[in-house]
Design a protein around this ligand. Sequence first.
Ligand code: SF4
Length: 261
Amino acid sequence: MSTETATTAKNLLPHLSFTRIDRYLDCPEQYRLYYLEGFRPTEPSANLIFGQTIHQALAYLFTMNGDPGAFFVKAWEEIERMPVRYSGRATWSGLGFTGQALLKKFVDEEFPRLGTVLGSERSFELAIPNVDVPFIGVIDLVALRDGRLILADFKTSSSSYAEHDVALSDQLTAYSLAVPEAEEAALCVFVKTKEPRIEWHLSKRNGPQLTEFLRKAEYVAREIKAQHFYKRPGTWCSWCDFLPICLGDTKRAKEALIRIS
Ligand code: SF4
């Protein structure tokens, strides 16, 4: 599998986003393999698809006033036939049960606390100082919650988030730039424990935190444009889709990865 590709300024960085910054800072080589070479796993992670399906079900609730549980059941039936990678003891039926329980909990306990919904899957585009491409993103929810204007990102996780996960979240900082009128920025975490839980973590960003993030975004954009791609090995390599490439295991890389155009 060749890893050579033509890199132009456009495909190096057509735009900036929280996801691009996050992936670059995790490992610059991972950024290159994902965005420039276009490698993707042949069998996507079940946890990733589970999270995407929960997001779609919630958007269906907020935009169509539809039943997110019914949406989830239908979508999850289609996943059963797909080549999907389950980690640990996770199974299709187990995740299906958890998804339905979490969505029911959200509808029963969380939805009544929400007032006017100003945006679901709301996209934004910002100009960032000293960065010549737009900064874009999609915010899961902008709404009144208990009478206060919040922006929220939905997460699915097998465990609770720690306080610092929220306080230091670059994603919430980026979204706070996009919706400065929001009184709070929140991570709403759907915890996939035996007894499913939904946790809200609310925080607020101040001026210095926003400035710090803007500087980081500027730095990452400059590094990407300069094609500074290097391997940043660590424990995270264990769950990186691109480990076979970094190890030079061509046979395994061919089995585990496809290349999109
Ligand atoms: S395996 Fe490790 S070094 Fe290689 S791309 Fe993934 S995170 Fe980076």
